[in-house]
Design a protein around this ligand. Sequence first.
Ligand code: SAM
Length: 172
Amino acid sequence: MNNDKSNILNQTQVENCESNSDLRQKLPRKLAVHFLSNSNEWETPQYLFDELNKEFNFTLDPCCSVANKKCSKYFTIAEDGLTQSWRGETVFMNPPYGREIGKWIKKAYEESLNGATVVCLIPARTDTSYWHDYIFNKAEIRFLRGRVKFGDGKNSAPFPSAIVIFKANFTG
Ligand SMILES: C[S@@+](CC[C@H](N)C(=O)[O-])C[C@H]1O[C@@H](n2cnc3c(N)ncnc32)[C@H](O)[C@@H]1O
């Protein structure tokens, strides 16, 4: 079965799943290949990173793999970027899009209070608790026109994206 309704459900599962093995178990084989081969880790397209980097001059990528890191200073799962200090850094953060995403947004907000500037590329899920608790009235928000093509994917993401900017010592 592969009607419209089942596609919508599966896309939501894609966004909520952390690991590829989760996805492979939940998605029909055809859809799993479509999403995983093209946008395995929702890697930031280089043009989008370059444009933001011109403006901010990033010093740290706190969530990446060695293969998709965007800065020379970086933290992978091995170092666990969530438990490291980002103090004083200008951070580019495209976090894991699974259930842990709220922890990354909280961390970005808290690190900005400690002097980091954190620029986030995240899904524009404006109804979520983390948007209401940590973004509205606390950060600059730039909604992106159209959908991002992550990684080397030919297909656009099934969700809208936003750039959220936590400025160091933001006072509102
Ligand atoms: C959406 S991808 C973004 C990758 C890259 N920063 C980019 O912008 O293209 C999120 C990355 O976070 C990594 N990650 C997951 N948990 C992490 C953790 N606790 N600490 C550091 N990196 C983590 C994943 O392996 C994945 O590569």
